[in-house]
Design a protein around this ligand. Structure first.
Ligand SMILES: Nc1ncnc2c1ncn2[C@@H]1O[C@H](COP(=O)(O)OP(=O)(O)OP(=O)(O)O)[C@@H](O)[C@H]1O
Ligand SMILES: [Mg+2]
Length: 256
């Protein structure tokens, strides 16, 4: 579905590339989590996919077609983008925010309204209660849900989610992670999910890509990453969570 080959992106004034020769493929219906600490290049990869940025070299193919050969609006319609820090339009109602991608496409107001209501249901918010509110009348978690609804508005095959739950408390975060797992199984979307949270990566990723200083250190399933780390960086990163998961597993077995 997504095929990234040897992409490099260096910003002016930086002494090393923000994205350094990254290759990655994501299968149809797969959830791939890009994991890494602040500044390692995660958002830059999403922006390259969405063509908010262009790579210095390398190629991105989506559904078999090189992304530079696709008309940019068509490309963006096929990619739902949940941006870091939500980014709702403050002077638009929730309904208008959710349907904003459809407005760009010229979809009629009545259709936009019914789609917004449908999507509020999908992300677990009551349409009668939320449609007419403004973003600052919602909690952080509710705003995040609206961000997800907006990304789904044009029914894209692919969702790019950039630390969508970064600012939330653990309980809300877990509830929204469950929501993503449900969306994935019910709607069959291909998801590229960015986080710096190890446990979020382990909870959501069919595969996890570990990034460090612009480079992709390893891509693999949960068990490959935990059991067979391919670099010292990956080993050290997962040492603690692997121990904690092991303690958790043992305590469950003892409890049986
Ligand atoms: N427009 C830009 N101009 C110059 N440098 C940039 C620009 N955008 C990002 N960078 C730099 O590129 C590097 C990667 O940034 P990026 O936003 O991809 O990181 P990230 O992994 O998403 O981090 P975070 O977890 O903090 O969001 C950083 O060093 C950042 O300062
Ligand atoms: Mg980022």
């Amino acid at each position: 579905m997504i095929e990234i080959t040897s992409i490099v992106k260096t910003f002016a004034g930086m002494d090393r590339p923000a994205v350094d020769n990254v290759s990655l493929s994501i299968a149809n219906g797969e959830t791939l989590v890009l994991l890494g600490s602040s500044g390692c290049g995660k958002s830059t990869i999403l922006k390259l996919l969405n063509r908010l940025l262009e790579p210095d070299s390398g190629e991105i193919r989506i559904g078999g077609t090189s992304s530079i050969q696709q008309p940019i609006l068509e490309l963006r319609r096929s990619l739902g983008y949940v941006i870091q820090h939500v980014g709702l339009f403050p002077h638009w109602t929730i309904e208008e925010n959710i349907s904003s991608p459809l407005r760009i496409q010229g979809v009629a107001a009545s259709q936009r309204r019914s789609r917004s209501r449908e999507l509020l249901e999908v992300v677990g918010l009551d349409p009668d209660d939320f449609c007419a509110r403004f973003p600052d009348q919602l909690s952080g978690g509710q705003q995040q849900r609206v961000g997800v609804a907006r990304a789904l508005a044009a029914d894209p095959d692919i969702l790019l989610m950039d630390e969508p739950f970064g600012a939330l408390d653990g309980v809300t975060r877990e509830a929204l992670q469950q929501e993503v797992l449900r969306l994935k199984s019910e709607l069959g979307k291909t998801i590229l999910f960015v986080t710096h949270d190890l446990f979020e990566a382990l909870a959501l990723g069919d595969r996890i890509g570990v990034m460090h200083q612009g480079r992709l250190e390893q891509v693999g399933s949960r068990s490959e990453i935990l059991g067979n780390p391919s670099t010292p960086f990956v080993r050290e990163l997962f040492e603690k969570p692997a121990q904690q998961l092991e303690i958790f597993r043992r305590s469950r077995e003892d409890g049986k």
